[in-house]
Design a protein around this ligand. Structure first.
Ligand code: URA
Length: 434
């Protein structure tokens, strides 16, 4: 059948449902450059306004997967499982989680990205470790998965090229905020990774894409539905992102915190989320009899971390970069810290040099914010509340400005929000599995 971009746009503009053939055609033709950017922009806007059904979204995702190559993990002797987070401030969970789940007996390929805006990227964090290399060939990924069980590396260019093109277009046409488009974008890259199962950490709160629980549940459901329709065991955890995760925000600062967790310490919220996601992943991998808390406590997860870092040229014992300037923000009064806004702390860390404004920019590995107090902690007037780390002292003013109104101290303890807000599971077995 002959298709035209205008016909496809009209169907969606008028609130209709796109057929499988139309979706396959439009994604394929767009990837090849046969559908113009302005036509795809019109279609993306029609999707943002009209939505897509679960069946359309699953097919849209499958078409984006088919636009490129898929990592074939068939020969790996362990169950393969991955985690994806929708992104948040201080979210370094991939760092302790990947070696932990590998040390429990699964194979975990984490094909990650770099940070843009106020949320950090896993590769930027790991690149603060001297010698560590993000780019691996497909053969190196497979070998490391077999030998160590854990890989965190850059996604190869060939995975879901339709998504790369479409994401750049959405970014400049006001069409990022569509749940079917966000969900299909995330899942196309994860499905192309070739894993058997996937756990999603959908962040909810000021520091996340999804600001309220209702939106987060809708995104989590869309992600789980797409994974299930494409043959993956998929579930989602919805976790709070109104407060930064842990105490460290910024690349090397977050690596140090992750290592503290792997050595049996670290902030309780980072430990709690790492263990919750590990249990979810082990359940999918058929390893629910392994207790990740034991594997974390007895040092096996830390040993796997060291092997994972060394396999990619990094020195796990090397000293991490330290900022040339550290300034302290003090508590204005005595009381209980009642609020510490994740978004504001993320913007402050970004302004200090931890993040990038454009894809081409470099990050400063040592820059960021250390939260010396978290909501619920008692603070005294004049005592240190936050530390601002940077190599460029001229950025401190902008960071302080971002933090104005970010924290509040009250006379009474208002209690804290739970870290894990909800869990979303598939209502049927994945396609092709029972
Ligand atoms: N992350 C993605 O990979 N895609 C989106 O559309 C949004 C967040």
């Amino acid at each position: 059948m002959i298709h035209s971009a205008i016909d496809v746009i009209r169907v969606k503009r008028d609130g209709g449902e796109l057929g499988d053939e139309q979706i396959d055609w439009v994604i394929g033709a767009y990837t090849r450059g046969e559908v113009a950017e302005e036509q795809m922009a019109a279609l993306a806007m029609a999707i943002l306004l009209r939505g897509m059904t679960p069946a359309e979204t699953a097919r849209w995702t499958a078409a984006m997967v088919a636009s490129g190559e898929t990592l074939v993990l068939d020969g790996i002797r362990k169950p393969t499982v991955d985690k994806h987070s929708t992104g948040g401030v201080g979210d370094k969970i991939t760092l302790p989680l990947t070696p932990l789940v590998a040390a429990c007996g699964a194979a975990v390929p984490q094909l990650s990205g770099r940070g843009l805006g106020h949320t950090g990227g896993t590769l930027d964090k790991l690149e603060s470790i001297p010698g560590w290399r993000a780019r691996l060939s497909t053969v190196e990924i497979r070998d490391q998965l077999d030998e160590v069980g854990a890989v965190v590396c850059a996604a190869t260019e060939g995975l879901a090229p339709a998504d790369r093109k479409l994401y750049a277009l959405r970014d400049v046409t006001g069409t990022v905020e569509s749940i079917p488009l966000i969900a299909s974008s995330i899942m196309s890259k994860k499905i192309a990774e070739g894993v058997q199962s996937l756990v999603l950490d959908v962040k909810c709160g000021s520091g996340a894409f999804m600001k309220d629980l209702d939106q987060a549940r809708r995104l989590a459901t869309a992600l789980v539905d797409i994974g299930t329709a494409n043959g993956l065991r998929t579930s989602a955890v919805i976790s709070d992102m109104s407060v930064p995760l842990g105490r460290a925000v910024g690349n090397a600062l977050e690596v140090a915190e992750a290592v503290a967790v792997l050595r049996g310490g670290g902030p309780p919220d980072v430990v709690e989320l790492t263990l919750a996601l590990a249990r979810e992943m082990l359940g999918h991998a058929g390893l629910s009899d392994v207790d990740p808390a034991v594997v974390l406590a007895d040092g096996r997860a830390y040993q796997t971390w060291c092997r994972m870092i060394a396999a990619q040229g990094g020195d796990p014992e090397a000293e991490l970069p330290r900022a040339e300037h550290v300034e302290v923000v003090t508590a204005p009064e005595t009381g209980t810290l009642a609020k510490l806004d994740a978004y504001a702390v993320g913007v402050a860390a970004w302004r200090l040099g931890a993040g990038r404004a454009r894809k081409e920019d470099d990050v400063q590995h040592a820059a960021g914010v250390l939260c010396l107090a978290k909501p619920g902690d008692q603070v005294t007037a004049g005592a240190p509340l936050l530390e601002l780390h940077t190599d460029r002292p001229e950025t401190i003013g902008g960071a302080r400005e971002a933090l104005a109104g970010a924290y509040a101290i009250s006379g009474a303890d208002r209690g804290s929000t739970p870290l894990i807000l909800d869990r979303v599971v598939a209502d049927h077995a994945p396609a092709g599995l029972s």
